[in-house]
Design a binder for this molecule. Structure first.
Ligand code: SF4
Length: 309
C-alpha cells in the first residue's frame, strides 16, 4: 500500500543575511505499510517520525525539498496527490483534542469529516452516532465541546475521525503519552482493530512497549534514517539486528534499564559514515567511510555493516 524508498528531506534556510544553507533532516528513509498491517515507527525526538507524517499529509513547509520515492497504492505520491488524499484515503489521528475546533461540539466536527468524505449530512450523522456508540462514548458526547471530554473520551473521539473516512492508510501520531494505562491499552486496541478491518496503520511513537502490544512490524528511526525494520517478535526472541535497537530494548525498565549513552547527531553535524557511529560499541574504521546500506538479514531490514546473518 505505502512504499517509501530512500526518502530525503532537506530544508533551505537563510543563515546570515542572504546566505542560504541546506539542512538535511531525513536521509535514506525506507518504510513499507501493507493493507491490514500495523507498523510502529519508533525513535527519539528529532529522529524524523513526525516529519514523515507531515510529508505523507503534504504539510511540509515550502522550503523543504524531497528526494527518493514514495508510492501509495502503486502510484507516485506527489505533493499534489498528498494534498488530494489528505483526510480521505490518508487520515491522521492527531496527538490531542487540541487539533479539534474548541468552539464546535465534537459530534458536528466528526460528522463533518464524514461529509468531507462524500457522505450526505444524514448518513454522516448516523455514522458518527454509530461510531461513538461503537467506542462506548456516552449518548451526550456529540453535544460536548473538546474541553469537556476526559482523556479517554478524547482519544475515542479522535479515533472516530479516522473511522469516518474511507482512509486506507491511518497515521496515529503519538496517541498515548500522558494517558492512564487502561486508556493506552484501549487506544492501541482500537488501532489494531482498524488494521484488522483491512486498513494500513502507521503508529508513530517513542514508546516501544506500547508499540509491541499491537504492532506487526517496528521501524526504528535514528537521526532521520531507518536503522532497522524488525518483526514485533524479534524484540522478545533476541533477534534484533542493529546495536541501536538492541540498546533501546535494553534501556527499558523491565530489561537492563541502562540508558543509551550519548545523543543523536544534529542535522547540521551529521557524520560522513554511519549516523550511529559515535555511540556504537561495534564501530570500526569501515563504519566511518560511508553510510551503510539497508540489508535484509534474518527476515528483517538493518542498516549496519556488522549486523550478523
Ligand atoms: S555500521 Fe558500524 S557504527 Fe554503524 S551501527 Fe553498524 S557497527 Fe555500529
Amino acid at each position: 500500500m505505502l512504499n517509501i524508498s530512500n526518502l530525503g528531506i532537506t530544508f533551505t534556510q537563510y543563515d546570515q543575511g542572504l546566505h542560504r544553507k541546506q539542512l538535511t533532516v531525513i536521509t535514506d528513509l525506507d518504510l513499507t505499510v501493507q493493507a491490514g498491517e500495523l507498523v510502529a515507527v519508533v525513535g527519539a525526538s528529532g529522529s524524523g517520525k513526525s516529519l514523515l507524517a507531515h510529508t505523507l499529509l503534504g504539510i511540509l513547509p515550502e522550503n523543504a525539498q524531497l528526494s527518493g520515492t514514495m508510492e501509495f497504492q502503486g502510484e507516485p505520491l506527489t505533493q499534489k496527490r498528498c494534498e488530494a488524499l489528505r483526510g480521505k484515503a490518508i487520515a491522521l489521528i492527531p496527538q490531542s483534542v487540541g487539533y479539534l475546533d474548541p468552539l464546535m461540539a465534537v459530534g458536528r466536527q466528526v460528522q463533518r469529516v464524514g461529509q468531507l468524505n462524500g457522505l450526505p449530512s444524514r448518513s454522516a450523522r448516523s455514522l458518527m452516532e454509530r461510531t461513538f456508540a461503537r467506542y462506548d462514548l456516552p449518548a451526550h458526547t456529540p453535544k460536548r465541546y473538546p474541553f469537556q471530554l476526559s482523556g479517554g473520551m478524547a482519544r475515542r473521539v479522535l479515533v472516530s475521525t479516522a473511522v469516518m473516512t474511507q482512509a486506507q492508510l491511518v497515521i496515529a501520531d503519538e496517541p498515548t503519552p500522558g494517558l492512564h494505562p487502561d486508556v493506552v491499552t484501549e487506544t492501541l486496541n482500537h488501532l489494531r482493530e482498524l488494521a484488522q478491518g483491512g486498513r494500513g496503520v502507521m503508529l508513530i511513537t517513542h514508546d516501544i512497549e506500547a508499540a509491541l502490544q499491537v504492532a506487526d512490524r517496528v521501524a526504528v528511526f535514528y537521526a532521520g534514517t531507518t536503522v532497522e525494520i524488525a518483526n514485533a517478535q524479534d524484540f522478545t526472541t533476541g533477534n534484533l539486528r542493529h546495536p541501536y535497537t538492541q540498546a533501546l530494548w535494553r534501556s527499558l525498565p523491565q530489561n537492563d534499564f541502562v540508558p543509551v549513552p550519548g545523543n543523536q547527531p544534529s542535522p547540521d553535524q551529521l557524520p560522513v559514515g554511519c549516523l550511529y557511529g559515535d555511540r556504537c560499541s561495534w564501530s570500526t574504521a569501515d563504519c566511518k567511510r560511508a553510510r551503510p546500506e539497508l540489508q535484509f538479514i534474518r527476515q528483517g531490514w538493518v542498516r549496519c555493516i556488522h549486523a550478523e546473518g
